[in-house]
Write a protein that binds this ligand. Structure first.
Ligand code: GLU
Length: 479
């Protein structure tokens, strides 16, 4: 059975890169009928925050990602927060001590920094010199008596090349001399990521480690630890790096990159899911609009591209518009749009929101667009734009809206077909047509020279508000 994990550090908002990692793990688990484990990597005590963990969980759920085991849902392999697994780590550190795989290193940060600078100046890859590697027990005892702090370093087998088959990158070979003996336990006694991740992945019986390419260089170190502890190695799959459109690594410089920001900007989760899945993968069919079900059905980890994925913000926006306009059911769309209407102060009941959306959904790309698009449905006391004023400061226009006013007054309610019938009558009676007929009505009802289909607007806002707006225009422009 496939067991994969998403292992975020709760040190900030869920960003697109991590969301894509979570998504591919989820899709792969679903595709294989396996299990997804959420593990919170909160060993960085300074930067990890409970609020971030809560927000990560909330954003993941919003995206439609569900896990089978995790800190919030439990499971047989817990605890699922690294901060609660210290006793477990101690046990395995002990094992590495016993087997001689790790040794005490007394080098100070200053000494190490010196070494590093020297190596860089000489054009060598900076790596630990091995100074403390072969200290005798007597030497160690002596230094310890001075009370010097120490770290534990992993004894890397000199010159060995670690080879592994990455499911996306293919065969990867890294010589250990590129990094040298590395720290496993810091001087304050806390174990480092490369060590705890191995213990956790092994004990949680993770079969496939699917994560960002930025972790590729950690993998040989982790493999050495798997071997030292006698653990079975999982398969690895490193997802391609995500670039911005300028081909540099995607970052805040490229605009909003957190899932939270997209949520707040009115992106719908289906579009995000779809858009994230396209970061390194493409469906076989000739369209980029693919549902979660289709993705799960078709996705395989080997099909993920090795080349960097470019995040195309405009494409995501376009996809979002497709979901809003064509895919979501109207009731569902209404429920999702309500917080946005409310954010802009547009108060109404569900049915009214739904009617408005039915008219404007075709013009929306994000739910934030309701601010502008829904405006004529909610605001009666609007300002007239300059070009709108010009139109109303004209005898013929005023005549049109006065006649229109009379005709609407005589109706019980005004529907789209009433509007069409009335305007036809006016056309005949006043001998005006086209722009000269419709523009005065439009600007009297909205204050603008373009926008919503007026025949639909009048039906939604209803007779009374239509009359009220016409009266206001007539009063303002000298009726
Ligand atoms: N906590 C690590 C991160 O957020 C997880 C890396 C991994 O998946 O091994 O980058």
């Amino acid at each position: 059975m496939v067991r994969v994990r998403f292992a975020p550090s709760p040190t900030g908002y869920l960003h697109l890169g991590n969301a894509r990692t979570a998504l591919f793990n989820y899709i792969y688990a679903k595709h294989t009928n396996g299990k997804l484990i959420l593990r919170v990597e909160d060993t960085d005590k300074e930067r990890s925050k409970k609020e971030y963990e809560e927000m990560l969980i909330d954003d993941l759920k919003w995206l439609g990602i569900q896990w089978d085991e995790g800190p919030d849902v439990g499971g047989d392999y817990g605890p699922y927060r690294q901060s609660e697994r210290n006793e477990i780590y101690k046990e395995y550190i002990e094992k590495l001590k016993q087997s001689g795989h790790i040794y005490k290193c007394f080098c100070t940060p200053e000494e190490l920094e010196e070494e590093r600078k020297k190596a860089l100046a000489e054009g060598r890859p900076p790596r630990y010199s091995g100074k403390c590697r072969n200290l005798t027990p007597e030497e160690i005892k002596k230094i310890e008596e001075e009370g010097k702090p120490y770290t534990w370093r992993f004894r890397v087998p000199d010159g060995e090349t670690i080879v592994f088959e990455d499911l996306i990158k293919g065969v990867v070979e890294i010589n250990v001399n590129e990094f040298g003996d590395f720290v496993i336990v810091r001087s304050d006694g806390s174990p480092v990521y490369n060590f705890v991740v191995v213990v956790d992945d092994a004990l949680m019986e993770i079969t496939h480690v699917i994560r960002g390419e930025d972790h590729l260089s950690n993998t040989p170190k982790q493999i050495l630890i798997y071997r030292a502890l006698g653990f079975k190695e999982p398969k690895f799959a490193h997802l391609p790096i995500i670039l911005g459109e300028d081909k540099s690594k995607l970052s805040k410089r490229h605009g909003a990159v957190s899932v939270r920001a997209f949520r707040e900007d009115g992106y719908v989760s289906e579009a995000m899911f779809n858009g994230l899945a396209l970061l390194g993968w493409h469906p076989k069919k000739d369209t980029e609009v693919v549902s979660k079900e289709e993705i799960i059905e078709e996705f395989d980890i080997e099909d993920v591209h090795n080349a960097p994925a470019v995040f195309d913000r405009a494409k995501l926006k376009w996809l979002n518009g497709v979901y809003i306009r064509e895919i979501l059911d109207l009731d569902d769309l209404t429920n999702r749009a309500i917080p946005f209407f409310e954010k802009f102060g547009y108060e109404a009941d569900f049915e009214y929101y739904k009617k408005v959306l039915n008219v404007i959904r075709d013009s929306l790309e994000t739910l934030n667009d309701v601010q502008e698009r829904a405006f004529p449905f909610f605001v009666d006391e609007f300002e007239y734009e300059e070009d709108a004023k010009e139109i109303l400061q004209n005898e013929e226009s005023l005549n049109v809206i006065k006649t229109f006013y009379e005709k609407v007054s005589s109706l019980n309610e005004i529907t789209q077909s009433d509007f069409k019938a009335i305007t036809k009558e006016i056309q005949k009676e006043l001998k005006v047509k086209g722009k000269a007929l419709f523009m005065p009505i439009r600007v009297a009802l909205t204050g603008k020279t373009s926008g919503v289909d007026i025949s639909l607007l009048v039906e939604v806002i209803g007779k009374d508000r239509v009359l009220q707006r016409l009266e206001r225009a007539i009063k303002t422009f000298g009726g």
